[in-house]
Design a binder for this molecule. Structure first.
Ligand code: NAD
Ligand code: IPM
Ligand code: MN
Length: 350
């Protein structure tokens, strides 16, 4: 019986996670779920954003389903020393799980082009997989400091770190359209020079059949929204991937349509890419689609139940057609959209 740890977290996290768990129970009734604390709420209750009780629960988990963490810009949590802040809890969780490859699919389902602010002919058929390196770069390097009127962080990568995430990207490309774009800033940064060299060398050694090209991150930021169909799989370092994936959310139409899977050494971590949305938290209007689609990714990548995953994706797509949520210009609140997904689960796929 698979065991899933759920970590609702802060803001809209509990709202979208409740919806996602409801869907999970329906399509995989044999799965057990166990809820634990993460983020600001964990700090408030246990004095730590990633408490020992949560860490211990990961031991016999098959996968982890996360909501969101963090508060508003003026939240008291942002005044804590950095290691006690909600976001540090999430980073510590990712590290504890060893999940270095963060898959962020960007898909415009047929018939849902109208939800995109882009022209329908640009949005139509977009199917990009962003593979974001998740455990390195400026996020984790210990060579960092703020002191007086000076501060620095360090963007450092080693060849093994580049190769392990690049391998996931090459293998994803082999199963999809066979094209990989590696995104860097090699015209300015040494760390990108290494990144580019290592990705190219791995390609030449092991994945010569994948069509690889290298592009600069500033240019990709323009091209991904002006000509998204040029991309199949994108691989990039942690910070670039964070920024590009929020930008790419414009293509389907909302951050609320962007799920993710983080894979690596241990159980997979599944989370929407959006944040805790303090501006709408507690109002019952958050779009739970990204959290529900993250359940789809969990079923596919951790439980290897592709049929159940297809049912979830199909139901979300039908619900987006019939009951678009407010972030997409529709009327549906969280409960209405979730009910539409639950109803659509009984519609045969295909
Ligand atoms: P955000 O993603 O929370 O919100 C950006 C905008 O998108 C807001 O207007 C919000 O209302 C909207 N939005 C996001 N998700 C939505 C959804 N599912 N349905 C409808 N609208 C949605 O970004 P932010 O405001 O910059 O960050 C808020 C907090 O979340 C910060 O504390 C930040 O650190 C944290 N954060 C956490 C995660 C995470 O837990 N993985 C990710 C990003 C940001
Ligand atoms: C995300 C978030 C996190 C990140 C923050 C909250 C630590 O923005 O999951 O994209 O930067 O990775
Ligand atoms: Mn982000």
């Amino acid at each position: 019986m698979p065991k899933i740890i759920t970590l609702p977290g802060d803001g809209i996290g509990p709202e979208v996670t409740a919806a996602a768990v409801q869907v999970l129970r329906e399509v995989a009734p044999d799965v057990t779920t166990e809820e634990h604390l993460i983020g600001g709420i964990a700090y408030d209750r246990e004095g730590q954003p990633f408490p020992d009780s949560t860490r211990a629960a990961l031991k016999d988990a098959d996968a982890v389903l996360l909501g969101t963490v963090g508060g508003a810009q003026d939240s008291d949590w942002n005044k804590l020393e950095r290691k006690l802040r909600p976001e540090s809890g999430l980073l510590a969780l990712r590290q504890a799980l060893g999940c270095y490859a963060n898959l962020r699919p960007v898909r415009v389902q047929p018939g849902l082009e109208h939800l995109s602010p882009l022209k329908a002919e640009l949005a139509r058929g977009v199917d990009i997989l962003i593979v974001r390196e998740l455990l390195g770069g400026v996020y984790f390097d210990q060579d960092r400091k703020i002191e007086g009127s000076s501060a620095y962080n360090t963007m450092r990568y080693t060849t093994p770190e580049v190769e392990r995430v690049a391998r996931v990207a090459f293998e994803s490309a082999q199963q999809r359209g066979g094209r990989l774009t590696s995104v860097d800033k090699a015209n300015v940064l040494e760390v990108s020079e290494l990144w580019r060299r290592d990705v190219q060398a791995l390609h030449d050694r092991q994945y010569p059949g994948v069509q690889l090209n290298h592009e600069y991150v500033d240019s990709v930021a323009m091209l991904i929204v002006s000509d998204p169909s040029r991309y199949d799989v994108i691989v990039t370092e942690n910070l670039f991937g964070d920024i590009l994936s929020d930008l790419a959310a414009v293509i389907p139409g909302s951050l609320g349509l962007m799920p993710s899977a983080s894979l690596g050494d241990g159980p997979g971590l599944y989370e929407p890419i959006h944040g805790s949305a303090p501006d709408i938290a507690g109002q019952g209007i958050a779009n739970p689609a990204a959290a529900i689609m993250s359940v789809g990714m969990l079923l596919r990548h951790s439980l290897h139940r592709n049929d159940a995953a297809d049912r979830v994706d199909h139901a979300v797509s039908l619900a987006l057609r019939s009951h678009p949520s407010r972030d997409l210009g529709g009327q549906a609140d969280t409960a209405t959209f979730t009910r539409a997904v639950m109803d659509a689960l009984s519609v045969p796929v295909g």
